[in-house]
Design a protein. Structure first.
Length: 723
């Protein structure tokens, strides 16, 4: 029926004679450029080009000739000899990173900075996302965006993909939802490695010939049946290139470490075994890497010990365990599991500060007066024995009731922590107090309940003393005595916010009736931010404003170049307190040991490269954690199709509205195509969609009521409709 209608239409327009429909001039220009770009070294006259792009009409062939001379005048193409043209690629080459997108919007990021440059799929040479490439820059047409063609792939970044196997009688493919690859991967039957239809698998691309649509791959690992919890969690890790199993030889190396602490191990260590000491951790934690001790000093002040697991006593530089820990760089925390940086024998047993067990620590011991002012501090190796393991909930109950185990010690430390916190904010720290999404799951990992945890006094007690210790070790190295040179160290740095982002943020919050002054000194700006966050507390827009405030900040990272930590308002800051789960803390422990012994500084370049690696792995781990939360949220909502919820618009894009539900923070998309009462346009500056005819506006932060329409676990996507 559709074909018949189309033929009738063609006849009505005089196209039924077999002649092709005439192309408009702009379409002709683009077709000519595409043809020339696809083979930049070829030389063509107007007739050859006309044939290439399917022009048969004489008048249009003459138009092709006119366009060629016009493009030559603009310098886009070169007339090598009379009437014969070639694309002018200017001879300009550049090196950088290729960004592949499944929607075809590929781009090239020059390594020396500058704006991204478009790379059409026909010019991508099948480069993969993250590959280091060399490109040829095309001459730029007036008013058109810059374009480039990949000429060489210099370094491969990614060759493995995660997806679902689809196997028919004669053919097998990996179907992936990867945002960087639009094409399914063809897998020869002899390279399936036992994979079955609907299995989740990891596949490596082994070849992708230039003129073939689908790459060819081989199965690297079978993760399990699609939809099963373990398979899906392992798939998330594999998707981000994170390990989901421990190599046998690394586990074996951990098993060979003695679990007895000898007299030699205790030599040169301060003995805290008789001092009241305890840990406070999440209820499901097993890797206790920090403990607190408290006693009265001879001066009448308080002696507070921050004791950190002495991981580097067990993990020696360049050992099998050390190399594996460096590659991982961090533990990864998914919804229902922890993938530790160190094998469990170390993370949960030898190094974990478990109650009633003698443990080796690296400690910072402070003497604080009753107002929490630091009178003195020292960094030392210690041996401890924790008296009690508290969960955050148990410690919170002691704080709130004043009753329970170690009530005096917890009460005193909480009072000192609150004073430290007050001083920190007076000095310009930002008071971000985000909630944490948690799931209650059954034995198979199926989410039964979504809830969110807020930080209470017990969390803040631990946080303040960890911050104090981290700052103390950074100052010890970063503020040497007068006349002594600074030594290379691993800092945790946080740059000042991007002024443009802050200005956009300030503009946006005005619609809620809030003001934010973005000029002035650092401390003035942070005071204004804190005042804003306080004003929004308890309001419907609180979470939105906090989220946007965080987005307007820079990301904290590791570096040997100290510029301070803006968010904490510390001039010197490092990560020292979590060596079981972060490799930078292990680097800090080793450098401290070296410098406490009076040894020379280490090479800066080597440690800066290690900092970059750790920052990158930290970001990947955070992405995987978010993906696991998203997956569980979609799974949780999958049996609520058709139900109605209240929410708030948490994101606005050209493809629709993201809505976060008030009840459980599950975010879903209302596609713009489903807003069918008008034609909506995206107003990027004002975070809104605006109806063209009726001028109805959907803004970030607006309260809306939605109906759950679809839950796609493969894409980790919820689809909502406005109710």
């Amino acid at each position: 029926m559709i074909q018949r209608k189309q033929k009738t239409k063609e006849k009505q327009h005089g196209s039924g004679t077999g002649k092709k429909k005439r192309m408009k001039k702009e379409a002709l220009v683009q077709a000519i450029l595409n043809a020339l770009q696809s083979n930049p070294k070829a030389v063509h006259n107007y007739k050859q080009l006309g044939k290439l792009i399917g022009v048969e009409d004489h008048a249009q062939k003459l138009l092709v000739s006119d366009i060629l001379y016009s493009l030559a005048g603009e310098g886009i193409i070169t007339e090598l000899e009379p009437g014969r043209f070639r694309y002018n690629s200017l001879g300009t080459v550049a090196v950088g990173i290729f960004r592949r997108r499944s929607n075809g919007k590929n781009s090239f990021l020059p390594e020396d900075g500058g704006e991204p440059i478009r790379v059409a799929e026909r010019n991508a040479k099948h480069a993969m996302d993250g590959d280091k490439v060399r490109v040829q820059l095309f001459a730029r047409r007036k008013g058109a965006e810059a374009e480039a063609e990949v000429t060489d792939i210099l370094e491969n970044k990614k060759s493995t993909f995660v997806g679902k196997l689809q196997i028919a009688r004669d053919v097998a493919f990996l179907v992936t939802e990867d945002k960087t690859l639009a094409n399914d991967i063809f897998i020869p039957k002899d390279l399936l490695k036992g994979g079955k239809n609907n299995d989740k698998a990891v596949v490596r691309i082994i070849e992708w010939p230039e003129h073939v649509k689908n790459p060819t791959g081989e199965v690297v690992d079978i993760l399990g049946v699609s939809g099963r919890n373990d398979a899906e969690m392992h798939a998330i890790l594999a998707e981000y290139g994170l390990p989901y199993v421990y190599p046998a030889h690394v586990e074996e190396a951990a098993r060979h470490i003695p679990d007895v602490i000898t007299a030699t191990d205790r030599d040169g260590r301060e003995d805290f075994r008789q001092v009241t000491t305890f840990t406070i951790d999440p209820h499901d934690a097993k890797d206790f890497d920090d403990a607190l001790s408290l006693r009265k000093a001879a001066s009448g002040n308080w002696e507070v010990g921050v004791h950190i697991a002495d991981v580097t006593h067990y993990v020696k530089p360049d050992s099998i365990l050390d190399k594996e820990a460096f590659e991982r760089a961090t533990s990864v925390y998914l919804v229902d599991r922890t993938i530790p940086m160190l094998p469990e024998r170390l993370s949960n047993q030898l190094c974990s500060l478990r109650p009633q067990e003698e443990k080796l620590c690296f400690s910072v011991v402070f003497e604080l007066d009753d107002s929490a002012a630091i009178q003195s501090s020292r960094i030392c190796r210690t041996v401890i024995r924790s008296d009690r393991r508290f969960t955050y909930e148990e410690a919170q109950a002691v704080i709130e009731t004043g009753e329970g185990d170690l009530k005096d010690e917890i009460g005193t430390l909480n009072r000192l922590a609150q004073q430290l916190r007050k001083v920190r904010f007076e000095h310009g720290a930002i008071d971000f107090d985000r909630y944490e999404v948690k799931f209650e799951t059954d034995a198979n990992g199926k989410p039964l309940r979504v809830y969110y945890k807020e930080s209470k006094e017990a969390n803040k007690l631990v946080e303040e003393f960890m911050l104090l210790a981290n700052r103390a070790v950074a100052e010890y190295v970063g503020k040497p005595p007068k006349g002594r040179p600074k030594k290379t160290f691993v800092y945790r740095i946080h740059e000042t916010p991007n002024p443009e982002k802050m200005e956009n943020f300030a503009t946006f919050i005005r619609r809620f009736g809030y003001k934010l002054k973005t000029d002035g000194s650092k401390s003035e700006i942070t005071r204004n931010i804190n005042k804003l966050l306080d004003s929004a507390k308890g309001k419907p827009e609180e979470n939105l404003i906090e989220t946007l405030a965080v987005r307007s900040m820079q990301k904290a990272r590791y570096s040997t170049g100290n510029i301070g930590h803006y968010g904490l308002a510390f001039g010197h800051y490092a990560h020292f307190t979590s060596p079981i789960r972060r490799y930078p803390d292990m680097m800090v422990h080793r450098l401290l040991e070296r410098y406490l012994a009076g040894e020379a500084s280490v090479p800066k370049e080597k440690y800066e490269a290690a900092c970059d690696h750790c920052s990158e792995m930290e970001q990947l781990a955070a992405n995987a954690e978010r993906a696991s939360i998203k997956y569980k949220q979609v799974e949780f909502m999958s049996n609520k199709i058709g139900k109605v919820f209240d929410g708030v618009i948490s994101g606005v894009t050209e493809w629709g509205l993201y809505v976060e539900l008030n009840e459980n923070k599950c975010e879903g998309l209302v596609p713009i195509r489903d807003l069918d009462d008008d034609f909506y346009e995206f107003d990027e500056k004002n975070y809104s969609l605006v109806g063209k005819r009726r001028k109805r506006i959907y803004r970030l932060g607006d309260a809306v009521t939605i109906k759950v329409v679809h839950a796609n676990l493969e894409r980790k996507q919820l689809d909502y409709a406005l109710a």
